[in-house]
Design a protein around this ligand. Structure first.
Ligand code: B1M
Length: 208
């Protein structure tokens, strides 16, 4: 039994087997971060590479994503041991036109775990919906995720809409194609390349 088994089960689309393998790893004393990074996330990176190389196709990516999600559900309570007093409220979503939600869900879980109240808008979220939900929920931060180069511009549009309305909201962005430089260019308040970094950033933005 090794974290490699978790990796293999995701790559082989064994969504029924993944939760039990994840549980077995945790029971055996493997740290939750290792199961997450070396098992689940590494498997999705592998699948993405195979897709780029034309060796896997969309249905296979989807099956692997389902297997990864099944594993994430086991990790959820460990990642999200919320504290009593919310650190602040964040509104999070994957931007308009983009249906990738695994990374966004991970960021949401870790923010919850760090004690933030998280309003998750799901996927395909239009700029106006981010604004409306942030105002309705008294949020301090709007968190946007994008996995497609074609949907990244929606992040800039959301930031601009917030600035135009003069709303006192901080914005943070992330997702595989997003960079620090891109975040600066669109005027976002912050960028993080991974979920733990997103938690650190959210803490800094709320404190600022
Ligand atoms: Co898609 N897909 N996909 N896909 N998919 C990618 C993104 C791609 C890179 C694959 C490839 O070509 N190698 C490519 C994008 C190319 C590009 O634009 N540069 C691609 C493509 C092309 C497509 C379609 C267009 C394919 C098609 O139909 N021809 C299509 C688009 C659909 C749409 O969105 N409109 C599509 C569809 C799909 C599926 C539905 C099959 C499925 C998504 C299922 C789901 O999410 N529910 C899927 C998948 C699974 C992938 C890959 C394989 C894996 C993505 C993933 O979940 N990674 C992906 C290849 C890859 O990235 N390796 C690929 C694991 C996840 C934990 O990582 O989301 O990066 P990630 O999140 C990280 C960080 O980025 C960061 O934290 C997370 C963990 O630490 N982070 C943030 C994320 N959001 C953040 C926000 C923050 C801070 C940090 O602050 C707010």
């Amino acid at each position: 039994m090794a974290v490699q088994d978790v990796f293999r089960a995701v790559v082989d689309f064994e969504d029924e087997k993944v939760p039990e393998l994840v549980r077995a790893e945790l029971d055996g004393g493997t740290p939750v971060e290792t199961v997450l990074n070396e098992g689940l996330i590494a498997a999705m990176d592998f699948v993405g590479k195979k897709f780029s190389e034309g060796e896997m196709f969309v249905p296979e990516m989807l099956m692997a994503a389902q297997a990864m999600k099944a594993g994430l559900e086991v990790l959820r309570p460990l990642l999200a041991q919320a504290e009593a007093q919310p650190k602040g409220t964040v509104v999070i979503g994957t931007v308009q036109g983009d249906l990738h939600d695994i990374g966004k869900n991970l960021v949401a879980m870790m923010l919850e775990g760090a004690g933030f109240r998280v309003v998750d808008l799901g996927v395909d979220v239009a700029p106006s919906r981010f604004l409306q939900a942030a105002q309705e929920n008294g949020a301090q931060i709007v968190c946007m995720s994008a996995l497609l180069t074609t949907t990244m511009p929606r992040m800039g549009e959301t930031v601009s809409a917030i600035r135009e309305q003069g709303l006192p909201l901080k914005t943070m962005v992330g997702g595989a194609p997003v960079t620090e430089e891109f975040a600066r260019r669109i005027g976002a308040d912050g960028y993080s390349e991974d979920a733990p970094g997103a938690v650190e950033l959210a803490r800094r933005l709320v404190a600022a």
